[in-house]
Ligand binder design. Structure first.
Ligand SMILES: Cc1cc2nc3c(=O)[nH]c(=O)nc-3n(C[C@H](O)[C@H](O)[C@H](O)COP(=O)(O)O)c2cc1C
Length: 365
């Protein structure tokens, strides 16, 4: 059954955003590349998979583009509420829009009602994403306590019904993102992984915490080898991967097929480029210079305004100042100053001033 009107696909309805900055150099992996096998999700060949995690109010098209240009192999929309979709909410539908440059991209949907998830999957497919992801990991009370997101970890038969219904409803490969279990006493991730494989889920992402932990407490990657032993579908690890060294250690110790990075990309969008360089060469790239940081922030501002208009684009960029400018001298003061602006011109002016102040100058001869 499909609820709601299937909206016209709006893929590429937004102008393509030509990069103003030259894209960074991303290393090519040598052909016989160590322990990393290609990860295949549906027809997508990803090697090695370093993915941008879906994040509400964060992974919008401008930020996804920035991460893509930095080397993210797959990006995801923020989660999209299935009930909102089938009710026909334009704001909810808008969250599924993307531009061609972001591909491969997954649209993530969530909900606790099988029929509305089926309707939402149809609507998501009309946008022609590369993947549709089912959120079974959101820990937020409003979601989990209503039987959606991580709430499905307390009702695995319903999770199975939703997963199998969505897989059957669409031709697009369907992935699923979840946590280890509801709490430490009810870790059922191996059972969930087997169920996912049985119903045709194309890849499983595991945030290696329980619902009870939220975003705090230690991640437990030790379940990943057990999941890998139990299933043949790609397994993507998520949770607390923030440095290139973390990326390599997680690949090496868990045998996972991919790594998904969330907050680590917000505080450092260069993580994808840096991790790939480290995996391929064993060398750590130097921290981005002040100039690189300021230039990338300007590019993000440009994309944000192009996508959302000046006022909203500027205001919504505020959450990114700390990450982009991290490590710069007087970052707290700079951030506070930038926060007061609602127009682009004074921000650009300020950033140019900082750049002049903190960039190394040629020696006087
Ligand atoms: C601000 C924020 C928003 C998030 N929104 C979503 C979401 O929409 N869908 C989802 O599956 N997970 C969401 N998450 C969880 C992340 O995808 C990820 O699982 C979690 O942050 C752990 O990974 P990390 O340590 O790399 O950040 C969100 C996390 C944050 C911090």
């Amino acid at each position: 059954m499909c609820y709601g009107k299937i909206v016209e696909p709006v893929v590429d309805q937004y102008v393509e955003f030509p990069p103003e900055l030259p894209p960074p150099e991303i290393v090519e992996y040598p052909p016989s590349f160590g322990y990393l096998e290609k990860m295949k999700i549906g027809n997508l060949d990803i090697r090695p998979g370093i993915l941008l995690a879906p994040m509400e109010d964060v992974t919008d098209p401008p930020f996804r583009l920035i991460c893509k240009r930095m080397g993210a192999d797959v990006v995801y929309t923020e989660f999209v509420n299935s009930d909102g979709l089938v009710r026909g909410s334009k704001k909810t539908q808008q969250k599924m829009s993307f531009t061609g440059e972001e591909r491969p991209i997954g649209i993530q949907i969530y909900g606790g009602d099988v029929a509305s998830m089926e309707g939402a999957a149809h609507m998501a497919e009309s946008f022609a994403p590369d993947l549709i992801d089912i959120n079974c990991g959101c820990w937020v009370r409003d979601v989990a306590m209503r039987g959606a997101g991580a709430g499905l970890l307390r009702d695995i038969p319903k999770m199975e019904k939703i997963a199998s219904t969505v897989v059957k409803a669409v031709k697009t490969p369907v992935t699923l993102k979840t946590r280890l279990g509801w709490d430490a006493e009810s870790i059922r991730i191996v059972e969930v992984a087997k169920m996912c494989e049985a119903v045709g889920i194309a890849a499983l992402t595991v945030h290696c915490r329980t619902r009870e932990q939220g975003h705090k407490g230690a991640v437990d990657y030790s379940w990943i080898p057990r999941i890998k032993e139990a299933v043949g579908i790609p397994v993507i690890v998520n949770g607390d991967v923030v440095t290139p060294q973390n990326v390599r250690a997680v690949f090496e110790t868990t045998g996972c097929d991919g790594i998904m990075i969330g907050r680590g990309a917000v505080i450092n969008p260069w993580i994808f480029r840096d991790a790939k360089h480290f995996l391929a060469t064993g060398e750590l790239l130097p921290e981005p210079t002040v100039e690189e940081r300021v230039n990338l922030l300007k590019e993000h501002l440009r994309l944000s305004i192009q996508y959302k208009g000046e006022r909203v684009g500027v205001i919504e960029l505020r959450k990114h100042y700390s990450g982009f400018l991290r490590g710069m001298p007087h970052v707290a003061k700079i951030r506070m100053e930038l926060m007061q602006f609602t127009e682009a011109a004074p921000i650009l002016e300020h950033l140019t001033k900082f750049l002049e102040l903190y960039s190394p100058r040629p020696a006087l001869v």
